[in-house]
Design a protein around this ligand. Structure first.
Ligand SMILES: [Zn+2]
Length: 126
């Protein structure tokens, strides 16, 4: 687990990513949601940055991360809570990218990459 962000850093990021006044006017539930889904996460300004980082993560750790467009900061964040269909598209995109660069295409165990996360399993009560 990563260490929690300090309160000071959280406020610094809120100021950088969105309107601080709007944040302060939001109710507690919304503030928690914003901090959890945006402020605590690494931000990517555009899709190019997302793809570049996806590729690095894949090459280094052989993992595929899901991503989403953030409605608070207009940037992108990574998430592990995405369905496999989303990850398969990313996987195909990465392989296409590698093919174009002439890099070797790794042979993958699909169970390893497209298995459901434990969080999803718990949510469905399996
Ligand atoms: Zn965000």
């Amino acid at each position: 687990m990563k260490p929690p962000l300090s309160q000071a850093l959280i406020y610094e990021r809120i100021e950088q990513r969105m309107n601080l006044v709007d944040f302060c006017r939001s109710d507690e539930f919304t503030q928690e949601e914003i901090v959890g889904s945006c402020i605590k996460k690494r931000r990517f300004a555009d899709l190019q940055e997302v793809v570049r980082t996806l590729k690095i993560e894949f090459d280094k750790h052989e993992i595929i991360l899901g991503y989403y467009k953030c409605c608070y900061c207009e940037g992108y964040h990574f998430t592990s809570r995405r369905r496999n269909s989303h990850k398969k598209k990313i996987y195909n995109m990465l392989m296409e990218h590698k093919r174009r660069l002439g890099e070797p295409i790794p042979r993958l165990d699909p169970d390893k990459f497209f298995r459901k996360s434990n969080k999803n399993k718990n949510r469905k009560g399996i």
